[in-house]
Design a protein around this ligand. Structure first.
Ligand SMILES: [Zn+2]
Length: 300
């Protein structure tokens, strides 16, 4: 029997922490076009792990605004599907299993540093070498809590530290250069310990950090290509390390250029005037916005 490659599975992964803006819309529009061009499936995953900022009304508005804009998904929290649940807040068992796997492998360690401790002790990350599309995004963790290399692995400890009450960091292989080919930006590389450092996988409030939840879900939902904003380019290297440590096959990646406002400031959820919610309320037609995106995409 001939081997059939898995068909295309893409995803939209919005967070219900505010109204979605034009930047999200453009990235999601690209995701939908790529899924359709490949004859594939689009999954909607509700990234609602940030309980302090997540609101039920935002979650409802998010789905409504996306539908109004012309996006359609074949699997999601509202329509179900074979990889349910599609709300991250209902997927805790998956994240816990990955956490335990990483801990057993000695790939992570507990860190009691506050954000301020890290900022005061950390070095600034090096700028991207020429030709790379990513930009530094957080200070390099200075290794205060990192166990020394000759110290017995935490994995062999018979009374492992409590998961709760600690931040947990992934130990990056210092000096290793990681590469991937981005569907939009082409060949990318970054060096662990120089361009990004030991990163959080679990938070002391006992919730998974973004990097871990994203990798676990993209793998579990059999996503074949991740389309997302270029602000996450550097995180792709972190996530590639997690895929490797968890024995999972990474998807392909396609990062979209970020939209800026008239002053060149990157769009954020505080740009209310450019939120889909406001545009919709003001009578804007989704077709007009889509046409702008399509004509931009055709530019060389
Ligand atoms: Zn620490």
């Amino acid at each position: 029997m001939a081997f059939l490659p898995p068909s295309y599975r893409g995803r939209l992964a919005p967070s219900p922490t505010g109204y979605l803006h034009l930047g999200h819309a453009r990235t999601f529009w690209t995701a939908q076009q790529r899924a359709r061009a490949a004859g594939g499936v689009l999954v909607l995953r509700n990234e609602d792990l940030d309980t302090a900022r997540t609101r039920a009304d935002f979650a409802a508005a998010m789905l409504e605004d996306l539908r109004w804009f012309g996006l359609a998904w074949q699997e999601g929290p509202d329509v179900g599907g074979p990889y349910a649940p599609y709300n991250q807040s209902h997927r805790r068992d998956h994240y816990l299993a990955a956490f335990e796997q990483l801990r057993a492998a000695g790939a992570i360690y507990p860190c009691s540093c506050s954000r301020r401790d890290v900022q005061e002790a950390a070095g600034a990350p090096h700028e991207a070498p020429p030709g790379e599309a990513w930009t530094p995004d957080e200070p390099i963790y200075p290794g205060i809590c990192r166990p020394s290399a000759d110290q017995p692995s935490l994995a062999t400890c018979h009374s492992p530290l409590a998961r709760q009450g600690n931040n947990w960091r992934f130990r990056v292989p210092d000096g290793a250069t990681l590469t991937f080919t981005d569907g939009h930006y082409g060949a990318q590389s970054a060096t662990a310990g120089v361009h990004f450092g030991d990163f959080l996988v679990w938070r002391k409030d006992d919730t998974p950090a973004y990097q871990l939840a994203c990798v676990v879900d993209d793998a579990a939902m059999q996503i074949t290509e991740v389309v997302r904003g270029a602000d996450l380019l550097l995180s792709t290297f972190r996530q590639l390390l997690l895929y490797r440590a968890l024995g999972l096959t990474p998807p392909a990646f396609y990062h979209c250029p970020l939209l800026t406002d008239d002053q060149g400031v990157r769009l954020a959820k505080r740009h209310d005037a450019l939120s889909l919610h406001t545009l919709r309320a003001s009578g804007k037609k989704p077709e007009e916005i889509q046409a702008t995106f399509d004509s931009e995409a055709r530019k060389p």
